[in-house]
Design a protein around this ligand. Structure first.
Ligand SMILES: [Zn+2]
Length: 234
């Protein structure tokens, strides 16, 4: 048998040192991972159930005078909303559409001329949706996925034909038929609950005033205003 030389012992010793070092590094790494996990658990934000969410939606715009002050008010308050615009108004005010998009609001389709779907105009209605999608997409560069059919009239088959999803509402304060903004605001505040979708129109001064009153009150009550897709699909 070959006699072991001191050089061989040296080699084995070095090997053992290397092994011990690796084990120590591994243990340290595990310890750090454990502390990291513990810290992450502590730093968790409030559970989603603690935040009540609600969505403001505005139809028929953009309006040349009233939509921008609404956007100013929403921006000041950190609120995201959803705008269902008509193609004809979007085409006249691309700058306002661009601003909505840049400020994180969701933009949906409300047909080109505010046409109501009936038994006899399905093809025209469909063409209006396509035309409006093109106008919005041209401005924002983003695909339009949501539609609010005027008067709520819809044909489910259009969803697969156009790859679009209809969004209705759960609270309608009839903001277009009263000129008293406090009344509009109260009509919403009295009824509102978690995950409600509020229907309003940025086409009237009183509606814009009412919307900001609603935001101020509901934020005090702990509500967070989100775009409608967050309520329906998150
Ligand atoms: Zn409308």
């Amino acid at each position: 048998m070959k006699k072991l030389l001191p050089a061989d012992f040296n080699f084995v010793l070095k090997l053992l040192y290397a092994l011990a070092f690796c084990l120590a590094a591994l243990a340290l790494n595990r310890q750090l991972a454990f502390y990291n996990d513990a810290l992450l658990t502590l730093a968790q934000p409030l559970a989603p159930t603690d935040i009540k969410r609600v969505a403001l939606t505005f139809d028929d715009g953009p309006h040349p005078v009233y939509t921008e002050p609404l956007l100013d008010g929403l921006k000041e308050r950190g609120v995201k909303a959803t705008f269902f615009v008509t193609g004809q108004n979007a085409a006249i005010h691309p700058d306002i559409i661009r601003r909505m998009h840049d400020e994180g609001h969701l933009i949906g389709n409300h047909t080109y001329t505010h046409i109501e779907l009936t038994k006899s105009n399905r093809e025209t209605f469909k063409q209006e949706l396509v035309k409006t999608n093109n106008v919005i997409q041209e401005i924002t560069g983003e695909e339009v996925l949501y539609v609010r059919p005027p008067y709520g009239a819809w044909d489910k088959k259009l969803e697969t034909e156009l790859n679009m999803f209809p969004i209705l509402w759960s609270i309608d304060p009839l903001d277009w038929c009263t000129s008293n903004s406090s009344c509009i605001a109260q009509a919403v505040i009295k009824k509102v609950g978690e995950n409600d979708i509020i229907l309003m129109h940025d086409y009237y001064k009183t509606s814009v005033e009412a919307a900001l009153m609603i935001v101020d009150e509901l934020q005090k009550q702990g509500y967070e205003f989100v775009t409608v897709d967050k309520i329906l699909f998150d």
